[in-house]
Design a protein around this ligand. Structure first.
Ligand SMILES: C[S@@+](CC[C@H](N)C(=O)[O-])C[C@H]1O[C@@H](n2cnc3c(N)ncnc32)[C@H](O)[C@@H]1O
Length: 424
């Protein structure tokens, strides 16, 4: 590959990289913005895509600003701090509406988008490595195994940063030397919930001595619960629990399982729940919340009648079953990819809310497309799979009425939305 080349950035790719054209074809440049003329070093990445590393800015894009965070160039947490707020907002909305346009869809009404500031993220996973008496704790640089030690972060809740600072010392007796370990922290309901993923202690798993070290860590770090697992796919073993973290969703007070899925910010959760509730019928009815997690939407939907919540993760179901109050809620464990709600089951509901993972709800939407539920409300964190599934619903006779963009993943390429469909 050529040592260096000049490239003009034309647009942003789906992950926020600047995209330009060279004589050899398309090039993706991390940190590039439309209008930039850059000197880049091209290289072919493992995915066979030609990427360029910026060596110099010949002419800056008019949208280029000084990134607000001092770690931005080294830390892989954020991707778009170098873009002006106006450009950034326009681009984020474009991700949603371009994905719909590719499927030949346009909502009848575009609702006012919500953009949230940084500093509110209540969950974060820090990559950690201990070398001797020093712990590096931060985020992986993009496409690298280099961990940037961050002492500030404009994205996460300051309460999480405060604990991170303490953990740099408190984790010393726990981590295995030279072995990268992930530490997940969730700050919800005013308490810390932490999960360590990776080998700990001399043997790589918690022995008696390690359990004592974790008890000290929980006490001194004021951490309500500490869980551990060897690998990401292993079940979480609760090591210490002085207080079960709980959260309130509308009418429900729910005990949270370790590393429970929560919307990343309380404000984002409120924007999504408000978005859903503004679309829900006012009259009392019988409703379903699919891919319910621990009941983020179901809790508020209870104000409008009875709710059936469907979710594949067992601990989430159990926490809804244990929720406080005489609630007209039923929670069902069900894999909606393998066993989606069938047409006859779906038709029992006056409205259905669904909020699938990033892969979307292909199988479920194929069934919903055949049903006659008057109102479907979708929440999505992936505009591409949402647009694909929306196409299926519209081909089945639904109409895409409204779309509302919610951006709580500030400065990243991720964006969420709430949308509604009614029968034509
Ligand atoms: C984006 S989260 C939304 C959770 C919840 N609605 C909330 O806002 O907190 C997606 C949820 O779908 C669940 N899920 C993933 N695959 C599933 C499947 N095949 N069947 C049912 N639920 C699934 C996940 O466990 C997760 O709780």
């Amino acid at each position: 590959m050529a040592a260096q080349t000049e490239v003009t950035i034309k647009y942003l790719g789906p992950k926020g990289d600047g995209v330009g054209q060279t004589t050899r074809g398309r090039i993706y440049v991390e940190g590039g913005l439309p209008g930039d003329v850059l000197r880049v070093r091209p290289w072919r990445a493992e995915d066979d895509i030609v990427r360029g590393e910026i060596q110099g800015i010949i002419t800056p894009s008019p949208e280029r600003i000084k990134p607000p965070c001092k770690h931005y160039d080294q830390c892989g947490g954020c991707t778009l701090q170098h873009a002006s707020p106006d450009f950034y907002r326009h681009w984020k909305q474009g991700i949603v509406y371009d994905a719909l346009e590719k499927q030949g869809l346009r909502p009848r009404k575009v609702l006012e988008p919500v953009f949230l500031d940084g500093g509110k993220r209540r969950r974060a996973t820090f990559a950690c490595v201990k070398r001797g008496d020093r712990i590096t704790m931060g985020y992986y640089k993009r496409r690298s195994d280099h961990i940037t030690d961050i002492d500030t972060c404009l994205v996460v809740d300051p309460a999480i940063l405060k604990l991170r600072d303490r953990l740099k010392t408190l984790l010393l007796p726990v981590l295995k030397d030279g072995r990268p370990t992930d530490v997940f922290i969730q700050y919800a309901g005013g308490v810390y919930d932490m999960v360590i993923t990776g080998g700990i202690g001399k043997k790589g798993e918690p022995d008696l001595q390690m359990r004592e070290a974790l008890a000290t860590l929980a006490r001194e770090g004021k951490i309500a619960r500490i869980g551990w697992r060897g690998r990401e796919r292993d079940p979480i073993e609760v090591m210490i629990e002085s207080e079960a973290p709980t959260i309130t969703f509308g009418e429900m007070r729910v005990p949270l399982p370790p590393a429970a899925f929560l919307q990343p910010t309380p404000e984002g959760e409120k924007a999504l729940v408000d978005g859903v509730m503004a679309l829900m019928p006012e009259r009392k009815g019988h409703y379903a919340d699919l891919f319910s997690g621990c009941g983020t939407f179901a809790g508020s939907m209870l104000a409008r009648g009875s709710v059936d919540a469907y979710e594949s993760v067992d601990p989430a179901i159990k926490s809804m079953v244990k929720a406080k109050g005489a609630l007209p809620l039923k929670a069902f464990k069900r894999d909606l990819f393998k066993n989606p709600l069938r047409r006859d089951e779906a038709n029992r509901y006056d409205a259905i809310v669904f909020d699938p993972p990033r892969a979307g709800a292909r199988e479920q939407c194929a069934e919903l497309a055949k049903c006659r539920v008057p109102l479907l409300i979708a929440v999505s964190c992936n505009p591409a799979t949402f647009a694909r599934d929306a196409r299926v619903l519209c081909d089945g006779g639904y109409r895409l009425d409204t779309v509302k963009v919610v951006d709580q993943f500030t400065w990243s390429h991720h964006v969420e939305l709430v949308a509604s469909f009614t029968r034509k």
